[in-house]
Every structure is written in C-alpha cells, then in structure tokens.
Design a binder for this molecule. Structure first.
Ligand code: SF4
Length: 331
C-alpha cells in the first residue's frame, strides 16, 4: 500500500483470528490513520482502534493501552522490533519504507566520500537498501562494513537515536543514509570518526566538517547545561514508563549518589515526559532524564531547569571528565 511517500507492508495473513487490534502510528502516518483503519477492517473483520499518543520508536509499545481497551493485538507501524525488549503481549510490526534511488545514492557517495573503508548505517525506513548500496560501492572500489550492533538492534546497519552500536569501529569513516542531523551528530560524538550524512530525499551529502561543527556546538551546549547545574540542591529524576525507555535501575543509582552528597531528589515516573506536567511539582534546580536521550538533548529549551543525561550527571558529580563526554545510549 502506498500512502504519500511511504510504502506500507501490512502482514494481513498474520492478523487472522484477532478480534480487536490497537494500531500505533508515528506522527507522520497519523494523517493516513482512517485509510489504514478502513483497509484493516475490510481485510481482518476485527475492531480496529488507533492510539493518539505520541510514538517515537519501538521502545514505546502501547501495551498498557491495548490491555485496557481489551485489544488482543498491538500493531506497531514504522519501527523495527527491539530484540532484547521482551514484551508479554502479542505485538506485530509493520514495515514502513521510504524508497530511495540506490544508484543515485551510490553516485553521491562516490562523488563525495574520499575514505575507502567505510561503515554505512541508516534508519528503519531505508534499511532494506543498505546491502544493495554496499554491493554498488564495492564494485567501485570501497570496502563497506554493515555491522550487527548489540541486542537492541534488529538488523545490521540500523541506528537508533539511543544506540549507535552498529557503526563499525574499524572503518575510517561513516556514511549515514537518512534525514535529520541527530543521528549523524550522535555518531560523530560516539565514534569520533568522520561522518558523512546523505539525505536520500533532498539528495544532499553533508561533509564530516559540517557534522563535526554541529557536534561541537551540541557539546558546548551540553557543557553549558552541566555547568548551569552545578550547585543544584533539588533534582528531579525522570523515568519513562515506556517499556524500552524504562531505566529505573539507572534512576535509583543516581538517587543513591545524590543522597550520599546530601542532595534532595525525587523520582518522577511518567509516560511521555512533558515540561508542563513537571511544573505541577514546583521548582527543581535540575532534571536528570533517564528516558530517551533525545528528550534532554533535543528538547532541553522547553524545560524550566537544565535537563541532563545520566552520562552528564557523572560529569556533574566528578565521576567522569569533560574530555570523556559520550552520548547517552540505551543498550
Ligand atoms: Fe528512538 Fe528514543 Fe526510543 Fe531510542 S529511546 S528507540 S531514540 S524513541
């Protein structure tokens, strides 16, 4: 099924026998929800419900909502499953693909990537094209790595905003195929390698110098926030209920360290972390987010106090040096 620029592959055969299905769509697909529901109802004869809650990744499976609505299946669109996330509820994933012109992508890499030993990575929307790109590049003299990553990574070459373990540490340079700057900047900080970012929609190639400059700006912003957190007495430690973001163990360890330093803290548990909701609790000097790293790194300006990651907390309390700054990751 083609909807806008997406090709959606619903496994209808696997949906037989379910009576009530809750579907979960990323924000770009919600506009097509009614079309998707019509087709699903026609093909499955099940009741189809759609969740309106935000959905940013496979870490965010709406199992609680499915249970409370008596659904017998959760159908999650647009992300690949997280292999080491065990869920005690029937969940199926629907591939959402953005087709790319592999031959033009290859040409663009050949025209701009000078290193010959490269690691290529991408997001779920383009993952099925990586092997074809690799074969083309190998014919043109490149040595191309597509590594497996750790237990959070479903397919070789996949990167998540919270996990760059599929980037080959043996490669001279990295080519990220996808849109946006968060992933290439994260890869740059995590690996300290030259990173090229190839946007297959606009067909532009961003150079390692530009990515490195963005990474430097991000690190400067983070150091500013860590510095602004010094002297804090009253910390809010944020924990997400989302199954693949829940790091209560990390939150408890942070709280223990704060207690040892005679600082006040409060563990706040929520589903989606929203700055407005935190205002109800009164003033905090600093938030430490154990949830999706993107909340602290992308959305920090929306919070009333500095919001830092667990890695940045280690810098704040002197357990880690500024020079050893690393990206927060979930494994
Ligand atoms: Fe994506 Fe954040 Fe979830 Fe990781 S934790 S999969 S970056 S939404």
């Amino acid at each position: 099924m083609i909807l806008g620029s997406y090709r959606i592959e619903i496994p209808f055969e696997e949906l037989k026998g379910y009576k009530r299905i809750l579907i979960q769509l990323p924000s770009g697909l919600k506009i097509y929800a009614r079309k998707i529901i019509d087709i699903l109802e026609e093909k499955t004869k099940a009741d189809i419900l759609v969740s309106s809650d935000p959905c940013f990744g496979a870490c965010d499976l709406a199992v609680d909502t499915a249970l409370s609505m008596d659904a017998d299946l959760l159908l999650h669109f647009g992300h690949l499953p997280i292999p080491n996330l065990k869920i005690d509820f029937p969940v199926k994933f629907v591939d959402v693909i953005m087709d790319i012109d592999v031959s033009s992508v290859t040409d663009l890499i050949v025209s701009g990537v000078t290193e010959k030993n490269i690691s290529i990575v991408t997001t779920a929307q383009h993952i099925r094209y990586l092997n074809e790109i690799r074969k083309n590049l190998e014919k043109r003299g490149y040595r191309v790595r597509i590594d497996e990553g750790d237990g959070r990574i479903a397919q070789p070459g996949l990167v998540l905003g919270c996990n760059f373990s599929s980037v080959s540490r043996d490669a001279e340079a990295v080519v990220f195929v996808g849109t946006g700057t968060f992933h290439p900047v994260g890869i740059s900080i995590s690996t300290r390698k030259p990173v090229y970012s190839l946007d297959p929609v606009s067909m532009t190639l961003t150079s390692p110098n530009e990515i490195s400059a963005m990474a430097d700006r991000l690190i400067k912003r983070r150091f500013y926030l860590i510095t602004a957190s010094q002297g804090s007495e009253n910390f809010g430690i944020l924990v997400s209920k989302k199954p693949g973001q829940n790091r209560m163990d990390v939150a408890l360890s942070i709280r223990k360290k704060l207690e040892e330093k005679r600082k006040k803290s409060c563990i706040i548990v929520t589903d989606t972390i929203q700055p407005d909701m935190l205002r109800d609790f009164g003033k905090f000097d600093c938030f430490i987010s154990t949830a999706c790293p993107r909340i602290a790194l992308d959305d920090h300006e929306m919070f009333d106090a500095p919001i830092i990651t667990p890695v940045e907390f280690e810098i704040l309390i002197g357990e880690r040096k500024f020079d050893d700054y690393i990206f927060d990751s979930i494994t």
